[in-house]
Ligand binder design. Sequence first.
Ligand SMILES: Cc1cc2nc3c(=O)[nH]c(=O)nc-3n(C[C@H](O)[C@H](O)[C@H](O)COP(=O)(O)O)c2cc1C
Length: 189
Amino acid sequence: MDQVISFLTTRRSVTAKTMQPGKVDPDHLQQILTAGIRVPDHGALKPWKLVVIAGDARARLDTKIIHPEFLAANPDAKPEVEAVETGRLQRADTVIAVISSPVEHPKIVPWEMHLSAGAVCTTLLYAAQSFGYAAQWLTEWYAYNDRMMRALGGTPGHDQIAGFIYIGEKVKAPMERTRPDPEKVISYL
Ligand SMILES: Cc1cc2nc3c(=O)[nH]c(=O)nc-3n(C[C@H](O)[C@H](O)[C@H](O)COP(=O)(O)O)c2cc1C
């Protein structure tokens, strides 16, 4: 118990920019996925889908979707800016896309289903970090790209990408980032 609260109060994301792909152990990945879909979900509607992007699929999506879509939207991008777009997903060993996919329900509103998708992202992130991997929750611009959504099997206009959970190797410990002042964000009645 002490270890869990200690982990939760000290864990930190390692940016995709600073991680190395490394190698995610397949058994760890299965445990991360198992934890990730065990989340609060009003009505047990399972209103989300997970897509594991690993191996060649990373380069395939970088080459066929992310880079060309970036160029189409930014034809005059500087070469060094464009270069980043050729290897986005290849910064990690494994990227888990979490698609929020609301279902029809007479009482439960889509907002709650999106919140549950956020819980999937958080839990995947924490599970990966609990194994000591570098991990980060990103959306970046391509979470809002229709071709990317279709390539992941989702439906633009209905589904939304809640996040990409990047998982790789930690090569250096991250610096602490600014954290909220409890007095400013927590009140007691
Ligand atoms: C929905 C969502 C999307 C995010 N997208 C980005 C992003 O596109 N780029 C980025 O630098 N950080 C993004 N972040 C922030 C980082 O993943 C992360 O929250 C931050 O680095 C600190 O995380 P930590 O509290 O785990 O250390 C996003 C966070 C959330 C919740």
